[in-house]
Design a protein around this ligand. Sequence first.
Ligand SMILES: [Zn+2]
Length: 549
Amino acid sequence: MLSITTLLFPACPDLLLEEITREGQTLFLTVRSSKKAMACPDCAKVAAKVHSRYPRTLADVSLMDYAVRLRVQVRRFFCSNPACARKTFAELLADLAVAHARRTNRQASRLRAIAKELGGRPAARESENVLMPVSRHTLLRLLRCTELPTAPLPRVLGVDDWSLRKGQTYGTLLVDLQRHRIVELLPDREAETLEAWLAAHPGVEVISRDRAGAYAQGARKGAPQAQQVTDRFHLLLNLQEALKRLFERKQEALQEAAQQHGFLKPSTSSDGPAEGLPLNPTPLTPTVIGKQARRARRLKRYEEVMQLHEQGASQVRIAALMGLHRDTVRRYLTASSFPEIMRPGKRSRLDPYKKYLQQRWAEGEQNVKHLLVELRERGYRQGETIVYEYLRTLRKPPEGMDASEVQKKTTVHSAAQRALSAREAAWLFVCNPQKLRLSQARRLDHLRVTHEDLGLAYQLAQDFRVMVTRRQAPVLGRWLEEAKASGIKELQSLATGIYRDFDAVRAALATKYSNGQTEGKVNKLKCIKRQMYGRAKFDLLRQRMLLRA
Ligand SMILES: [Zn+2]
């Protein structure tokens, strides 16, 4: 049968349990070592002559509903080696507790785990719950002195900043993008700090960073051999910022669009033409806008190809200059006119499920949430919006109201009449037009159609978005030239910025690495920071992040 000592102290086979007493909710276990002799820590000669004994109390992990304390009789030995400088030494309880500790190793490691997960105060409360009560100071001290796991040197490094105090103090997060691990937290976002880290951790081959100048400089100096890659998401943010500045300059256009939009009649209204109709009587849907933009882009490309051809450039040369496939160039040159793309009608991913939805609807199940659950069970993996929209078509109007009235009601409610902010307008310009709601598409449409420069800005913005999201590196040069030639100063200055960082931006459009993962880790960090009520000290945050990396 298992002896109780082995059961209670599996890591310390030499321990003898002598007595168990209970005081309130605490069990006191009196233990001693059964070893007859001990090696001197200085000279390693085995000593058996006991000088004295003294008691040591250690807090241990709890047992059932009891807190547990160990009372250990520690012996002091005489060193038997006359040549040794040490006369006496206390026996070590190495597997049980480190010298001078007030708790066993296993209790310390449990408390560390709690502190790692919960931080200061919540961890202190939890330590009471698990009958190992300690103060938050003790927990934080344990956390601070926890040894960090040694991570292998990263080859592909993600760099991003995070705020220790919003708008005041920033730090830097380094992520191993191949191993999906946080590598380090730096206390600021200065070039020198990153440079020093890179110099001390050689071997980084790719550095994915945002377009902040400090990281570019730090990376160049600290790891000159590494390929720098800007983050695609940040590129889109830069575009959005540029557009926001553009709209701040064009406030009157936004005001005007809002007024126009207020007069918009719902498109399905049965009323005849009335005053205040929109400039374009058939409002463009997002899909149509997207199509138009793509067609315009292709047409422009086609015209450029033809122009180069007339100037005598070969097909190969045109392909290289334009960043097009040679087959595309050949197709353009052999076509009698601009080749339109004919696509079959687009099928909805909901199509296979429509019959089922109709059937359930007819059976009386008209709860959208329930129906969604049923669709998911049947393998539907797409978004909820198209389900909602499809079900709306199945819904009969309430009695006493005909369909056009329902439509009118919903349209009027959803069409806010206040002017868009510059930020909102910028977002509309950057967004994938397929993802816009109809009311958004209408506003966007108005802005594009009534202002020539905004129309051009929109086209450039969409070209940029497509180039970045589809990683079309060969197109970058041409986009920059178009932006330069656009006469829109905000986009010109964006282009200037990109020229300055050209290699890294081009790399961003040519590699698969992005900082998305790094940003995910930044969110995790924010979460932990919030848990510590935003008062987290840098070293503790670093410790917690790296321990759970
Ligand atoms: Zn000795």
